[in-house]
Design a protein around this ligand. Structure first.
Ligand code: ATP
Ligand code: MG
Length: 429
């Protein structure tokens, strides 16, 4: 026997018993994006490495140490996508749907980052994101936040906090960068190694540091919000007003910066305390600077991405996952002739009621063994086609849940009877 091959660390199988939770989450998300008129876009999982270097930025954690980068057979450097925005913008420029147009888009799919796997942090994980192009005002920022808030309500999630901040214009950020760097240089000894390294390359990211000593230094650092330019301040006020109007509570977190460098003005995160260190389930903001950076004509843009694994963990911890779906009907049959009748009858049942879950027993087993299987699957009704039934063209209907007695019906009336039985059961449960 050959040695067994294992899956890759941090990349998980989603087994059938978990898949129903995924479908529940994805279906809710699709209802919500549809309700706001967002259109789906499906993009490649692999892109040229340069796309991510030029968008996310060379000096970010993602590009520096987390990307799955490889040379393909022609020697071209490709990467598994670590996030969805860069590919979306690349597609927008390529197909010309960004400039002078309005777009509301969404995507879902796997992303890849070579991080240290732990709870809520994987190497293959899934994001659902929305991107809105061509709208410069705070209204669209508010809309994507309202959309995410609606999803939490749709799912029944509790205890998610919204944090918002403004990074200002590029110029205001540059000025602030100087002020911050000067302040931090005066406290160099108290900074952690990562932060010291970032002082020249990406000092704003230091605001995000998890190191206790660095955070103590940051407590007295000049605030990004005090450095806002006038227009960004108005934008931020506009966003706050729209959130207030719609009853969405938020906290202003002046230290909120994004891991990705292409953001400007609005940034936000939805955070929970229920998931330990990996508490951010959704993060986004405005990234007006990205499109020209990738060679497109300036186009305002904003969006967010949510981590589906973290949302599923939260749903589970709050007891909000629906039970796995079970079959409505399980059809038992004995012998080759009865099997043929069973398959034909169940086909007509599926024809009449496409939403029912109908299983036909395949393979070996006497009726007792088949009935056991129907029970094990949690089916609601068993249809039995034994020797007697075959002889007089009938079928036995045996409710497997509840108190109803079993009944014998003609095969011509079987579908009608099953529909009635399943409908009745539906109203009972
Ligand atoms: P973190 O600070 O947790 O590393 P990030 O800033 O790298 O997050 P983003 O790039 O903004 O995260 O991605 C948006 C969302 O995707 C995150 O808020 C999180 O819910 C999810 N996410 C990011 N990285 C991972 C991962 N490795 N495993 C699972 N989910 C992830
Ligand atoms: Mg990260």
């Amino acid at each position: 026997m050959g040695e067994r091959i294992q899956s890759i660390r941090g990349m998980h199988d989603i087994l059938p018993e978990q898949a129903s939770a995924w479908r529940h989450l994805e279906a809710a998300a699709q209802r919500v994006v549809d309700a706001y008129g967002y259109r789906q876009i499906r993009l490649p999982i692999v892109e040229k490495s340069e796309l991510f270097a030029r968008s996310i930025g060379e000096v970010t954690d993602i590009v520096e140490k987390e990307m799955y980068t490889f040379a393909d057979r022609n020697g071209e450097s490709l990467s598994l996508r670590p996030e969805g925005t860069a590919g979306c913008v690349r597609a927008g420029i390529e197909h010309g749907f960004l400039h002078n147009q309005l777009n509301r888009l969404w995507y879902v799919g796997p992303m890849f980052r070579h991080e240290r796997p732990q709870k809520g942090r994987y190497r293959q994980f899934h994001q659902l994101g929305v991107e809105a192009y061509g709208m410069a005002g705070p209204d669209i920022d508010a809309e994507v936040i309202l959309l995410s808030a609606r999803l939490w309500r749709e799912l029944g999630l509790r205890g998610l906090r919204l944090e918002i901040n403004s990074l200002g214009s590029l110029e205001a950020r540059m000025r602030y960068r100087e002020t911050l760097t000067t302040y931090l240089r005066n406290h160099l000894d108290a900074l952690d190694d990562d932060s010291r390294r970032r002082l020249d390359s990406n000092p704003l990211r230091i605001l995000d540091s998890k190191d206790a000593d660095t955070r103590a230094v940051l407590a007295d650092a000049p605030s990004l919000l005090d450095a806002l330019d006038e227009e960004s301040r108005r934008h931020f006020d506009g966003l706050r007003r729209l959130l207030d109007d719609n009853g969405v509570a938020y906290e202003i977190n002046p230290r909120l910066v994004r891991g990705l460098d292409y953001y400007s003005r609005t940034v936000f995160e939805w955070v929970t305390d229920d998931l330990g260190a990996q508490g951010t389930v959704c993060a986004g903001g405005r990234y007006d600077g990205l499109i020209p950076q990738l060679g497109g004509r300036p186009t305002p843009a904003c969006g967010f991405a949510m981590g589906l694994e973290r949302l599923l963990a939260l749903l589970e911890s709050q007891g909000l996952l629906p039970p796995e779906e079970t079959p409505d009907v399980y059809c038992l049959s004995l012998g080759e002739d009865a099997r043929a009748v069973a398959m034909r009858l169940m086909e007509s049942l599926r024809e009449a009621a496409p939403s029912l879950r109908v299983l036909t027993h395949c393979g070996e087993g006497n009726l007792k063994a088949q009935l056991k299987r129907a029970d094990k699957y949690g089916a609601r009704v068993a249809v039995i086609l034994g020797e007697d039934e075959l002889r007089d063209a009938t079928a036995t209907l045996k409710p497997l849940q509840g108190e109803q007695p079993q009944q014998r019906v003609t095969q011509t009336e079987l579908v009608t009877n099953l529909l009635a039985l399943c409908a009745k059961e539906n109203t009972v449960s």
